[in-house]
Design a protein around this ligand. Structure first.
Ligand code: NAD
Length: 318
């Protein structure tokens, strides 16, 4: 009997058929969910009926959903962040959770640098101006020899740091869990306390996972401590930032601008950030390059296949 796999992510296999080949060559059947409809807990429970493995994007894999999916043996995140999956419930129920570290760090790092340039040079505004025949110039700022503050120096943070060194940026890092002596290749980085990085950065870029500790780590106090000329870049998770506090900081010109790829609510319908000019907004698109989508898809498929065949996924979270 063939095992059913649910695919509950828009981009799985969109860049190449290879991820689907991994499933079919192993003899598994898969069912792509209609992702144009909202993925509520109730809908997810219905879709998971008779399913052994789920390849998911950011969908609500809550305790309620996991408890009501009795046949489910593995949840394979098509990406890195697993904050939307109730890991305690998965562990309690014996459901393996896997993800795909190392598959999209270069893509997210590229976007991070792109967002830094976009917000510092007002690219969305100048693009819109040229299209309507307005040839005015906006004065922007440079990355060259500016100070970059990195919160989190994992795979993505490191990839951003390497690029920033190419811009001759001074790179300050806060990451309480990194073993600094393991990172001799980063001898041009300065490891400092959280408050110091925030206060000294011209660009403050977030690359930590969403955890109880990191939720709202950038709030009113931190925004007030930033330089008025500084930009906040968030390509990690929306909840790292108190969005209301960010909105007020941007309105009050407490900071110069922000570039945001990830939101508390996605899409951020009705968010006041949509009305501000000093922000650049992208639709959680950090990992969306052809190359990264193919790598994530292959690894997410392999994680499901290996687990359902009785082995271990390539990267097990719980
Ligand atoms: P990673 O696990 O390699 O690195 C995370 C780093 O954050 C680690 O070095 C860890 O020590 C550090 N960290 C943990 N808690 C911290 C804290 N309180 N303060 C500072 N640093 C802390 O993960 P990664 O691949 O670099 O990805 C980072 C995050 O980026 C993911 O968790 C995910 O939420 C997000 N992400 C977003 C996109 C996107 O499309 N925008 C794509 C991939 C990943």
């Amino acid at each position: 009997m063939k095992t059913e796999i649910l695919i509950a992510t828009r981009s799985f296999g969109s860049a190449s058929p290879k991820p689907f080949d991994v499933l079919t060559e192993a003899g598994f059947h898969y069912t792509p969910a209609d992702m144009s409809q909202e993925m509520t807990e109730g809908r997810l429970i219905e879709l998971l009926e008779g399913i052994s493995g789920a390849i998911v994007g950011v969908v609500p894999m809550t305790a309620h959903v996991l408890e009501n999916a009795p046949g489910l043996r593995v949840v394979s995140m098509h990406g890195i962040g697993v904050d939307h999956i109730d890991l305690n419930a998965a562990e309690r129920l014996g459901v393996v959770v896997a993800n795909c570290p190392g598959t999209n760090d270069q893509a997210v790092a590229d976007l991070t640098i792109g967002l830094m340039i976009a917000v510092a040079r007002n690219l969305p505004r100048v693009d819109a101006a040229v299209r309507r025949g307005d040839w005015r110039r906006f004065e922007g700022g440079e990355l060259w020899r500016k100070t970059l503050g990195l919160i989190g120096l994992g795979r993505i943070g490191q990839a951003v740091a390497k690029r920033a060194i190419g811009f001759e940026m001074r790179v300050l890092v806060y990451d309480p869990y990194i073993r600094i002596n393991q990172h001799q290749q980063f001898n041009r980085l300065e490891f400092l306390g959280f408050n110091e990085v925030i206060a000294r950065a011209d660009f403050l870029s977030l690359h930590a996972p969403l955890t109880a500790e990191t939720r709202h780590m950038i709030s009113e106090t931190q925004l007030q401590a930033m330089k008025p000329s500084a930009y906040l870049i968030n390509t990690a998770r929306g909840d790292l930032v108190d969005e209301q506090a960010l909105y007020h900081a941007l309105c009050g010109k407490q900071i110069a601008g922000a570039a945001i790829d990830v939101f508390v609510e996605e899409p951020p319908t009705g968010s006041p950030l949509l009305n501000l000019e000093n922000v650049v907004l992208t639709p959680h698109t950090g990992a969306h390059t052809k190359e990264a989508i193919e790598r994530m898809g292959i690894m997410a498929a392999q994680n499901v296949v290996r687990t359902l065949q009785g082995g271990q996924p390539l990267n097990r979270v719980v």
